[in-house]
Ligand binder design. Structure first.
Ligand code: SF4
Ligand code: SF4
Length: 69
């Protein structure tokens, strides 16, 4: 199964949970900052996201939406 995620960078607090728990290494933290001053999570479209939704389940800010193809 293929998936992709959308991250609302303004909700993200940069806690890294999604980065650490994604089994595909498909999320990284930005070098840019959001309007609250946090590095935010970014999806790497080149990695093979499965749509497992682990990232969304881990996110304390519910900033991630998962789409499966
Ligand atoms: S849905 Fe799964 S594979 Fe895709 S970015 Fe989230 S944790 Fe990683
Ligand atoms: S788990 Fe949520 S708040 Fe934490 S870095 Fe990922 S998107 Fe941001």
């Amino acid at each position: 199964m293929k998936g992709k995620i959308l991250i609302d960078k303004q909700f993200c607090k940069g806690c890294r949970y999604c980065v650490e728990f994604c089994p595909k290494g498909a999320i990284r933290l930005s070098t840019a900052l959001n309007s609250k001053g946090y590095s935010f999570a970014e999806f790497d479209e080149k990695k093979s996201c499965t749509g497992c939704a682990t990232c969304a389940l881990m996110c304390p800010e519910t900033a991630i939406e998962v789409y499966r193809e």
